[in-house]
Design a protein around this ligand. Structure first.
Ligand code: GDP
Ligand code: IMO
Ligand code: MG
Length: 443
């Protein structure tokens, strides 16, 4: 297949970085289509650990073209630090990296407002990464945001900054009792970033489409996951971009006709960082054990990730929206020591308003489709199917036949019940700890 998308199936951190790194071998170009430095994509090569935030994970392979698309929001300081961090580790970043001139810029006030908004929401907070992602996308939609290309026109940038700061400073001072931002300080800081980033900024829509036209293979790299998607996730406990497959076309300016395959990265259990409904969450010792064994701490913020069982109701939703042609099942090895493994096949729900037919009959509703309202989802209880654990190490297993029988039963059940092709099974953090049944790039 010529061009494939890598998408998170759950609430992010499924191991997209590792899968992108694996598949980059078969690609010429890796392009990020949404999100910002809220993402943390980990790639382990031998004993070296890299965490990519905005730069496509393909940068770690020599000779690949890496594109940061228009759908991404960019915080220049952190991007420069990311570039410098890679360079310091002898990773080439230069003529292989291209930044969309129409990608929106995260300004200093976006992070401030992110923090203040969260504070104001108190117990209804989202648990954002605090990186200013939401407020940057708000300005994009309000048509007052800065785009990367505007960094290159200092006069225009200054004028617009002056206008924007009038409103921002009013809000900071009057609503949040916070010091005003200085026009001169922000302006001179951003002009320094402009000087550094100018050589990377270009029309990536023309670039990418020309590369596709020439027959180059592209890997479209998603950040976050389907359940964090602004439209299809557990709103309002989501991020502010289109993390599912639809984001590729808007976030990179490519036609859906250019997408040949869609790889969903699915953790063998479920995690979530931040607030929001999570019907299969384990709040007991078992949840702690999985967190410890799986190293489930945020790659960007270091926050402990909430852990729980695989959830077929939400997975079916993600499959419906994305139409995965392949699944990469990750972190199977994390389940190695468990006696019993559970999969949620449905939810039960007691309607507090007793409006539905079930309540009238005095029984709980049973959902096999994910409710769209987070309030309803919060009140859903999982119905489980149990599997025996395999109680054998699968770490580093490279062939399906070498997996313990019960692990194969678990994988086969997921594949059959969800009607998906599991083409990759990841059995450890490292690049070579993986079973590749089929390379999604090869049709
Ligand atoms: P991403 O945001 O989807 O790229 O995922 P993160 O990098 O935030 O989190 C995934 C974590 O799981 C990272 O620490 C990876 O090194 C690790 N990881 C990926 N695949 C596997 C696997 O198969 N087994 C284990 N034990 N760890 C894995
Ligand atoms: P990767 O790409 C997991 C979560 C935050 C919060 C919500 C909104 O590494 O999978 P935001 O800062 O985006 O406004 O926060 O989204 N979140 C992620 N969770 N992985 C991510 O990225 C995430 N990016 C954002 O924790 O719940
Ligand atoms: Mg991550």
């Amino acid at each position: 297949m010529a061009n494939i998308v890598v998408v998170g199936v759950q609430w992010g951190d499924e191991g997209k970085g590792k899968v992108v790194d694996l598949l980059t071998e078969s690609a010429h170009v890796v392009a990020r289509y949404q999100g910002g430095h809220n993402a943390g994509h980990t790639v382990i090569i031998k004993n070296d650990k890299f965490v990519l935030h905005v730069i496509p994970s393909g940068i770690l392979h020599k000779g690949k073209t890496c594109i940061i698309g228009n759908g991404v929001v960019i915080e220049p300081k952190s991007l420069i630090e990311e570039i410098e961090g890679l360079k310091n580790r002898k990773i080439y970043v230069g003529k292989n990296l291209f930044i969309s001139s129409v990608a929106h810029i995260i300004m200093p006030y976006h992070a401030m407002l992110d923090g203040k908004n969260e504070e104001a929401k108190r117990e209804r907070k989202i648990g954002t990464t605090g990186r200013g992602i939401g407020p940057a996308y708000v300005d994009k939609m309000a048509r007052i945001g800065f785009r990367m290309g505007e960094l290159l026109d200092n006069k225009r940038f200054r004028e617009k900054l002056k206008t924007n700061l009038k409103d921002v400073n009013f809000l900071l001072e009057k609503k949040y009792n916070h010091n005003k931002l200085s026009l001169e300080k922000v302006y001179s800081q951003y002009m320094q970033y402009a000087e550094y980033l100018a050589p990377f900024i270009t029309d990536t829509v023309v670039l990418l489409n020309n590369l596709i036209e020439k027959g180059k293979k592209v890997l479209f790299e998603g950040a976050q996951g389907t359940l964090l998607d602004i439209d299809h996730g557990t709103y309002p406990y989501v991020t502010s971009s289109s993390a599912s497959v639809g984001g590729v076309c808007t976030g990179l300016g490519v036609s859906p006709k250019r997408i040949d395959g869609i790889v969903g990265v699915m953790k063998a259990y479920t995690t979530r960082v931040g607030e929001g409904p999570f019907p299969t969450e384990l709040t007991d010792q078992l949840g702690e054990d999985i967190r410890l064994k799986g190293g489930e701490y945020g790659a960007t913020t270091g926050r402990p990730r909430r852990c729980g069982w695989l959830d077929f109701v939400s997975l079916k939703h993600a499959i419906r929206i994305n139409g995965f042609t392949s699944i990469a099942l990750t972190k199977l090895d994390v389940l190695d020591e468990l006696d019993t493994i559970k999969i949620c096949s449905a939810y039960t729900y007691e309607d507090p308003y007793k409006r539905c037919e079930c309540s009238k009959k005095g029984v709980a509703c049973r959902f096999t489709d994910m409710p769209q309202d987070a309030k309803v989802l919060e009140a859903c209880r999982p119905v489980y199917r149990e599997f025996n654990g395999w109680k054998t190490s699968t770490q580093g297993v490279k062939k399906l036949k070498d997996l313990p029988k019960q692990a194969r039963v678990y994988i086969d059940y997921i594949s059959e019940a969800l009607n998906v092709n599991i083409d990759i099974v990841s059995t450890g953090q490292r690049r070579d700890e993986v079973i590749i049944l089929h390379n999604p790039f090869k049709s």
